[in-house]
Design a protein around this ligand. Structure first.
Ligand SMILES: Cc1ncc(COP(=O)(O)O)c(C=O)c1O
Length: 428
């Protein structure tokens, strides 16, 4: 039995059965630096999957900030501390002026949970609109608002599920000049159905990258028209930026800025701490006040001085190293390289996404667009890992190869990734 097999047996014996791992032969990763990770045998992997180490694994400025604050003080938000206030000021400066209030959490799930509570309290309504197959968190409320996680037959009555604007696989596709109107008409129907079930709308929960579906890019005009429709019905707009935010899509700090959207609440998580658990809910003050009128907010670890020091250091690195520009520049190079790869491999049905976030929708037949089976996707991911590059799987049918590296990815890393996928697809 190898060391990894032994660890796997011990893990299976003690961890909850709902845990899973990437790849049929699980990797035992022991070290990370920048865009690289090493396993216990010393083999090096290029990380083309993880957005959590947003500024790269173990960035020295981030670990130095963490260590310095951990050696000084770590406590909660019931004492005055400069770190959390500075962090709130810096984050709010990046958001539309109306979104002027911050609350800190440890995870994206908590941030979305708090956002949903605020929206419901402010509107006095219960209905929540989300996209099919979306994932928004693991708390009871956010899980219920995550259609990817359970059968459609178990959806709560208050959930309004919208068709994701997938221009490759959805009902309305690229080349249909009326696709935006048709997706909107579907949303109107779903909202009417919600109201006819007796539920007023509290909010739309929007991930502007449609991460669990792809990623996707919506047809022009769709998102703003959808938000207008939500507002007409009294709903707030919550932008879940856990995936799309922090420069990921290459053009702006936030994903929603790719569209004409004025959010009432913005949530953020994973990339804020580059591996450290820090997340946040940013809201209009009157919306945050509605919840404060009836309950206090306390989160033992949310916004603690160590987390605030880390999150401030991550912003410093993004700004000082020009990582938004990098995501745009390297992202454009990545897209061109993937389009060229698609020319060589008919199994790549579509290249979707933007910035440093791409999905290859894999088809076993280009004409019918029949998706790769889950087994074939698993084989493909393992073969690319054997080639030394780590990728992920996404999509409604698990048919999308997900490429979403740290923001410090360079053109040389794109070349390595594309060559590895090329070799794996040739072997497949
Ligand atoms: C779009 C989106 N929202 C929320 C979450 C939940 O974040 P966390 O895992 O930090 O609770 C995730 C996690 O993958 C996500 O992708």
């Amino acid at each position: 039995m190898t060391g990894a097999d032994d660890l796997m047996c011990r893990r299976n014996a003690v961890l909850a059965p709902s845990y899973y791992h990437s790849f049929a032969a699980p990797l035992h990763i022991v070290r990370g630096a920048g865009v690289w990770m090493w396993d216990a045998s010393g083999k090096r992997y290029l990380d083309c999957y993880n957005n959590v180490p947003s500024v790269g694994h173990c960035h020295p400025r981030v670990t130095a900030a963490l260590t310095a604050q951990a050696e000084t003080l770590n406590t909660h938000t019931r004492y005055l501390h400069d770190g959390i206030v500075t962090l709130a000021e810096r984050m709010l400066a990046k958001l539309p002026t109306a979104v002027d209030t911050a609350a800190f959490t440890c995870t994206g799930s908590e941030a979305n949970d708090l956002a949903l509570q605020m929206a419901r309290r402010f509107t006095g309504a219960e209905g929540v609109a989300v996209f099919d197959h979306a994932y928004h968190g693991n708390s009871a409320l956010t899980l219920a608002a995550s259609p990817s996680e359970y059968p459609a037959s178990e959806r709560p009555d208050w959930l309004c599920v919208l068709e994701p604007p997938n221009l490759f696989r959805g009902p309305y596709r690229a080349g249909d000049s009326k696709a935006a109107e048709k997706y909107l008409a579907q949303a109107v129907q779903a909202l009417d159905a919600l109201e006819s079930r007796g539920h007023r709308l509290a909010c739309l929960l929007l991930d502007a990258s449609w991460d669990a579906n792809g990623p996707l890019i919506a047809p022009p005009g769709y998102v703003s028209a959808l938000c207008d429709e939500m507002r007409r019905r009294g709903g707030l707009i919550i932008c879940d930026e856990v995936q799309a935010g922090y420069c990921r899509l290459g053009a702006h700090w936030w994903g929603f800025q790719d569209y004409t959207v004025t959010p009432d609440i913005v949530t953020c998580g994973k990339p804020m701490g580059a591996g450290h658990p820090v997340a946040a809910t940013f809201a209009r003050r009157d919306v945050a006040q509605a919840l404060a009128d009836t309950s206090v907010y306390f989160n033992t670890f949310g916004g603690n001085p160590v987390s605030a020091a880390v999150a401030n250091a991550v912003i410093d690195v993004i700004e000082d190293e020009g990582l938004l520009g990098n995501a745009g520049r390297v992202g454009a190079y990545f897209r061109t390289a993937l389009a060229a790869l698609q020319e060589r491999h008919p199994m790549i049905g579509a290249v979707q996404g933007a910035g440093l976030f791409y999905g290859l929708d894999m088809v076993s037949d280009r004409k019918t667009r029949a998706p790769f089976s889950r087994d074939d996707m698993a084989r493909l991911g393992s073969m690319i890992a054997e080639e030394g590059v780590l990728t992920g799987i996404s999509g409604a049918m698990g048919q999308t190869l997900k490429l979403r590296p740290p923001l410090v990815f360079g053109q040389e890393h794109v070349d390595i990734t594309v060559a590895a996928i090329d070799r794996a697809l040739t072997r497949l």
